[in-house]
Structure formats: structure tokens, C-alpha cells
Design a protein around this ligand. Structure first.
Ligand SMILES: [Zn+2]
Ligand SMILES: [Zn+2]
Length: 383
């Protein structure tokens, strides 16, 4: 094991953990990244998609380019780890391990800059604002792939529930889409004792919430996967008055674009028709926040080979269970080939908290495994 490199990476990771920054505010993080990459000899471009960084290194004469992506943003969570390197930015925390992802990419960059055993160009993409699904799109809108062409793109997410050092991948959808909806219902409020004199939007909202649960059970093909969750309901907020306004918000997940479209279509129809039958107004809006993350077969095979070379065959699962959480790396894989994998961080006997938990901490052992995995992909593809 390269203990010297692991020590260095651990120090960098603890520094970033101490200084978490949330979506599009990753100013210090991108400065840190840019400095490290320049020191290693990379050609660095900053402010791509606001706070994003692209760093490239060419070796040899092959025109082929491989991209490695790391997300940089933290969450608005009050850290409760009591670690010596706990967050100094109160209310912000690296609770999803993106501090680890950044340093994993830095580690791979360092390995490749030192070994120079590849023929072509490697590009490291440090992406802002993953948590809300806007960072990948911001980089794309800034011309990421036009300015910095990439033939294949790879990324990873740490998974605290999977055994430490295991790498899991699968062909096709590995993480779900996320869409958000809002249903504004406008009725006629009034005295709570006289519902007959108004048009109660709250009863209509209740009917809609229940009816929306038939979309997955009755409209989506049973062999497909989807979730419809109403997550909030807001009214005018007076205990003895029927409200005039009710707003329902929520979230849907699926693995296919056609299922996304079906969910939107059925949910809109159900909401509008129930409102019409009850003579209240309906304003239905639906936004696509995250694409499903769909792994391309040829890149999945490369990722699996690289994983086997680095962590050993017995620690690789090439038929991973997909998860319904979302990841905005999916926006990139809508456009170019690539693969996204899970890296296990659960060591037996060590307490492990889930992602987004106030006591979560990235496993430092994963830094070297992830760095060697990324470097191996580059070596396999740039020969
Ligand atoms: Zn997260
Ligand atoms: Zn994350």
C-alpha cells in the first residue's frame, strides 16, 4: 500500500472536511483543487459552471481523452461528529463524502502525473452543486464538452452501507431520476362552520394525494420502477377557517425517460381533472431535476476490469443493486459514454452512518482505493 500517498490524501481530505462549502459557493475548494492540480503539472481552467474546475494532462500522441469527475459541494447540515477536523463553517457539512471524492480524484491525478504511463489526455472535472442537481448542467451550459472534449467519463460515489473496498457497478440504470412537482389548488375559503358556502381546496388536495398513489400501481408497467411521494402540504394556516389555497409539493423517481414522461402526464391529468370536478382552480408544475444515471455497457466493462485489477475480483460486484437516490452525473451520461460506480466504506466493527447523516464521515481508506481505481481506468483506456 502507498502509505505515504494515503497520508497526504488524508491530510487534504481533513482540510476540505473542515472547510465545507455548499452549491456554487465552492470558492475555497476550487482554489485548493486548482493549486494542487497546477503543482502536479496539469493545465487548469477555473470558473467552468461558476465554481467548477477542469484540469488536463496530455502524455504521448493519442488523441483519445478520458474524463474523471468529482463533485465538490457540501450540505446545509449541522455536523455532530466531534471529529478534530469537524466543520468550521457552522451549519455546513461534508455529509455526502464529496470531500473524499475531490481528494480521490486529486490522488488519481497525482498517481498519473508521476507515473506518466498513459498515452492520450486525462481530464479531471471538479463539479460544483451536485446535491441539487444543478452543477452538471451549469458546466454543460458553460460548454464543458465543446471546450474540453471527453471520449469516456467515469465517476464514483462512496457507499457507507457496502463493505469497505468493494466496487459495485451495473450496466444501465444504477441511480434514479429525480423530478419535483408542485400542485397549487385555489378554492374559496370561508368560515369552518359553513363549507357549503365555499369550495374547499383541502379536501380536493386529500383526494389528489390519494389518487396520485394509483399512478405507480395502475399506470407504470409492473416491471419498471417508480416512486411518487407527496412531501409537503401548505394551506393558509388558520385553524377555524377553510383555506382558499393549498399547495402540495413532492418528488418522483424512476429509471427511464419514458417513465418520467408517463408520471408527469398522469399526475397532471389526475390533478387537473379532480380540481375540475370540484370546481376549484389547478396550477400543476413539474420539473426534471436529475436524469437517471445510465451506465454505458462498454464503459461498465472497463470500470469492472479496473476495479478487479485494483481491489481484486472477489471485491467487485458487476451486477450492483441500483438505488432510487439520484446523482447529477446522469446528465453527463445522457450525452457521452461513461460509467458510475459505488465504492464501499463499511468496515466491520466500525460504526457507520448513512449519507447525509450529521455524524457521517468519509472513510479515509477509500481515498487510495478510489484513486488507484480511477488511475487504472485511464491506464486501461489510454494505451
Ligand atoms: Zn448527497
Ligand atoms: Zn453525494
Amino acid at each position: 500500500m502507498n502509505t505515504k500517498l494515503l497520508e497526504e490524501l488524508t491530510g487534504w481530505r481533513h482540510y476540505l472536511h473542515e472547510h465545507p462549502e455548499t452549491a456554487f459557493e465552492e470558492v475555497n475548494t476550487s482554489k485548493f483543487v486548482a493549486e494542487k492540480m497546477r503543482e502536479m503539472g496539469y493545465d487548469v481552467h477555473t470558473q467552468i459552471g461558476k465554481t467548477g474546475v477542469v484540469a488536463s494532462l496530455t502524455n504521448g500522441d493519442s488523441p483519445k481523452t478520458i474524463g474523471i469527475r468529482a463533485d465538490m459541494d457540501a450540505l446545509n447540515i449541522l455536523e455532530k461528529t466531534k471529529l478534530p477536523y469537524a466543520s468550521l463553517n457552522e451549519g455546513k457539512m461534508h455529509a455526502c463524502g464529496h470531500d473524499g471524492h475531490v481528494v480521490t480524484a486529486l490522488g488519481a491525478a497525482k498517481l498519473l502525473a508521476e507515473s506518466k504511463d498513459f498515452n492520450g489526455t486525462v481530464r479531471f472535472i471538479f463539479q460544483p452543486a451536485e446535491e441539487h442537481g444543478k452543477g452538471a448542467l451549469a458546466m454543460l451550459e458553460d460548454g464543458l464538452f465543446e471546450r474540453f472534449p471527453i471520449d469516456e467519463f467515469y465517476g464514483l460515489h462512496n457507499m457507507p452501507a457496502l463493505p469497505e473496498g468493494e466496487i459495485h457497478s451495473k450496466v444501465g440504470p444504477i441511480m434514479a431520476s429525480e423530478d419535483n412537482f408542485q400542485i397549487k389548488i385555489k378554492g374559496i375559503g370561508g368560515h369552518a362552520s359553513a363549507p357549503n358556502q365555499g369550495k374547499d381546496p383541502l379536501v380536493v388536495a386529500a383526494e389528489i394525494i390519494l389518487a396520485l398513489q394509483t399512478v405507480v400501481s395502475r399506470n407504470v408497467d409492473p416491471v419498471d420502477t417508480a416512486v411518487v411521494s407527496c412531501t409537503e402540504i401548505h394551506t393558509d394556516g388558520i385553524i377555524n377557517a377553510i383555506p382558499s389555497n393549498v399547495v402540495i409539493t413532492g418528488d418522483t423517481r424512476s429509471y427511464k425517460a419514458e417513465v418520467q414522461q408517463l408520471l408527469e402526464h398522469r399526475m397532471r391529468l389526475i390533478s387537473e381533472k379532480i380540481c375540475e370536478a370540484n370546481e376549484v382552480e389547478c396550477d400543476f408544475s413539474y420539473t426534471n431535476s436529475f436524469s437517471p444515471t445510465n451506465n454505458w455497457e462498454q464503459c461498465h466493462e472497463i470500470a469492472v476490469q479496473a476495479a478487479k485489477n485494483v481491489v481484486g475480483e472477489e471485491k467487485v460486484n458487476d451486477h450492483a443493486n441500483p438505488i432510487m437516490a439520484s446523482e447529477d452525473f446522469g446528465h453527463f451520461l445522457d450525452i457521452i459514454p461513461g460509467c458510475f460506480v459505488f465504492l464501499g466504506g463499511n468496515r466491520e466493527g466500525v460504526e457507520s452512518y448513512p449519507l447525509h447523516h450529521a455524524k457521517f464521515d468519509y472513510k479515509d481508506e477509500n481515498l487510495l482505493e478510489g484513486a488507484e481505481f480511477f488511475a487504472e481506468i485511464v491506464r486501461l483506456r489510454l494505451t
